[in-house]
Write a protein that binds this ligand. Structure first.
Ligand SMILES: Nc1ncnc2c1ncn2[C@@H]1O[C@H](COP(=O)(O)OP(=O)(O)O)[C@@H](O)[C@H]1O
Ligand SMILES: [Mg+2]
Length: 243
């Protein structure tokens, strides 16, 4: 439990659009251990998604250091980063990003098409297990457009799980959902964390963040608070609304 999975030191990110520099993140220091459930929270525009994109190897930092599982990510080539992204991290986005008019099974299978090393031995079993983990086995052959928003997000979770990643990043995963569907998504994320999965949830909603074990608050591109959740909320059995 006390092994660092994600460690960043004095990380910063600037965007350069035709010479116009926007400084988005400044001097971020973080240490996230394996098995944690962290919510990154803060107001819109504070830099949460940018931070998540860097931690998930979708973007590189402008300065500072990033160690993933003890390895210095800045020393890795773009190809090596692509491999880490495919093998070690899973993403869930607010807008689901499923392939349209494609079955649940094929949507969940998608990341395995890039598993060139055949790291996952029995692909069919991995796909079915991931779909079962989100309670959608009865929807296996349904097309993505035949699903509700909540079901679509559960497919996205299964797709993130199928490669057995070290960490799951979820950016506002309940943002497009009604409260009941959102609650189920939080319940699944909490269950996965109970089984040992490291989860990093980005949300601007305080209520949603309180389902995590630790909250990192980002304000104007810096970490303004980093605290353990004292009265943690549990989605299972809760009659509360998520919004
Ligand atoms: N590609 C980009 N070029 C310039 N500015 C950007 C770019 N992406 C994000 N930003 C800016 O960075 C800031 C933080 O954005 P973001 O990380 O999406 O915040 P959050 O997820 O907290 O709402 C915003 O001011 C946004 O406009
Ligand atoms: Mg965002």
């Amino acid at each position: 439990m006390d092994q660092s999975l994600i460690k960043v030191v004095h990380l910063c990110k600037d965007y350069d659009n035709d010479g116009v520099i926007t400084k988005v993140l400044h001097e971020i220091d973080l240490d996230i251990k394996k098995g944690e459930f962290v919510a990154i929270t803060g107001p819109s525009g504070s830099g949460k998604s940018t931070l998540m994109h860097i931690l998930g190897f979708l973007e590189r930092p402008t300065c500072g250091q990033y160690f993933f599982d003890g390895k210095d990510a800045s020393a890795l080539s773009d190809d090596e980063l692509a491999v880490i992204r495919n093998e070690k991290v899973g993403f869930i986005f607010q807008s689901f990003n499923l392939l349209p008019k494609t079955s649940v099974y094929d949507n969940v299978r998608l990341p395995l098409l890039y598993d060139e090393k055949k790291r996952i031995k029995n692909q069919n079993e991995a796909i079915v297990d991931a779909i079962k983990a989100v309670g959608l086995y009865h929807r296996l052959n349904n097309l993505s457009n035949q699903l509700s928003g909540g079901e679509k997000q559960r497919v996205a979770i299964a797709r993130a799980l199928v490669t057995a990643p070290e960490v799951i990043f979820a950016d506002e995963p309940t943002g497009n959902l009604d409260s009941k569907s959102g609650k189920l998504i939080m319940e699944i994320l909490q269950e996965l964390n109970e089984k040992g999965k490291t989860i990093i949830l980005v949300t601007h909603e305080k209520y949603t963040a309180e389902h995590a074990r630790r909250i990192i608050k980002v304000m104007d591109g810096t970490v303004s608070e980093d605290s353990i959740v004292k009265e943690r909320l549990f989605a299972k059995n809760s009659e509360d609304l998520i919004k």
